[in-house]
Design a binder for this molecule. Structure first.
Ligand SMILES: Nc1nc2c(c(=O)[nH]1)N[C@H]1C(S)=C(S)[C@@H](COP(=O)(O)O)O[C@H]1N2
Ligand SMILES: [Mo]
Length: 230
């Protein structure tokens, strides 16, 4: 299992969030500002600021909507295919039989909120790519979801060590609104790249701008460069 962030830090943030949420809306907002101030003073291991420009910290994910797929694990099916020698399909049991990773990661929504140090559990996309035996021609990854939602990510970034398909958050099954049973988490790009209710991972030669990328959002979506709009 891989730990991508300091665990004590994560528990501290999570505890602060929980205690203050219980006290109601006004305090919750102050807590957020506090977390924002604290995060602004931090630097990541890779030298980037902990908090990308223009972001505020929330203590937990805000459900951002989208057309939900089935949340029943019995309905879960994931197709891994495209530019690879060993395309395959996973059902729920197959997913759980693969090596599971715990990734502690920050996520950044283009609307201006970030959630820091969330603990996601699932299977690394790099692992899935290795099993699929992707070929050199796999230059981009398309994360396909229910009702035709897609997001495109360059292969190298989609197979970074902190990118996974997640089925648990903070040791609990995902909520339906957050993409259950399984969603993508690409921490270092804006959160719209993290397809909820995932149905397919397609490796392609040529880029295929996805749902938001064809509706005015930036094709790449790096939060530190504020690649918000195209
Ligand atoms: N299938 C699907 N995935 C999606 C979306 C969507 O509309 N459909 N919205 C994206 C956007 S814009 C964001 S900000 C995040 C929000 O995730 P959350 O609702 O769990 O906070 O999911 C992303 N994944
Ligand atoms: Mo979003």
């Amino acid at each position: 299992m891989e730990k991508h962030r300091n665990r004590r830090e994560f528990i501290k943030n999570a505890a602060a969030g929980t205690a203050l949420v219980a006290l109601g809306g006004a305090i919750y907002r102050i807590a957020g500002d506090d977390l924002t101030r604290k995060a602004r003073a931090e630097t990541r291991g890779d030298g980037r600021k902990r908090l990308p420009p223009g972001q505020k910290v929330l203590s937990k994910l805000r459900a951002m909507g989208g057309q939900a797929g089935s949340s029943k694990t019995a309905d879960f099916k994931l197709k891994v295919y495209g530019e690879c020698d060993n395309p395959f399909e996973l059902d729920w049991q197959g997913l759980l039989e693969l090596p599971q990773s715990d990734v502690i990661a920050d996520v950044h929504c283009v609307t201006g909120w970030s959630v820091l140090g969330a603990n996601w559990r699932g299977v690394l996309v790099s692992k899935l790519a290795a099993i699929a035996k992707t070929t050199k021609s796999a230059r981009h990854v398309i994360f396909e979801a229910a009702h035709g939602y897609t997001a495109n990510v360059p292969f190298k970034e989609a197979t970074a060590p902190n990118v996974l398909i997640a089925h648990r958050l903070e040791d609990k099954a995902l909520r339906r609104s957050n993409g259950s049973p399984v969603r993508v988490v690409v921490p270092d790009l804006y959160f719209w790249k993290s397809s909820k209710w995932i149905t397919g991972i397609k490796f392609v030669k040529r880029d295929e701008p996805g749902y938001w990328e064809t509706r005015g959002y930036h094709n790449h979506g790096d939060p530190w460069k504020e690649e918000r709009y195209g």
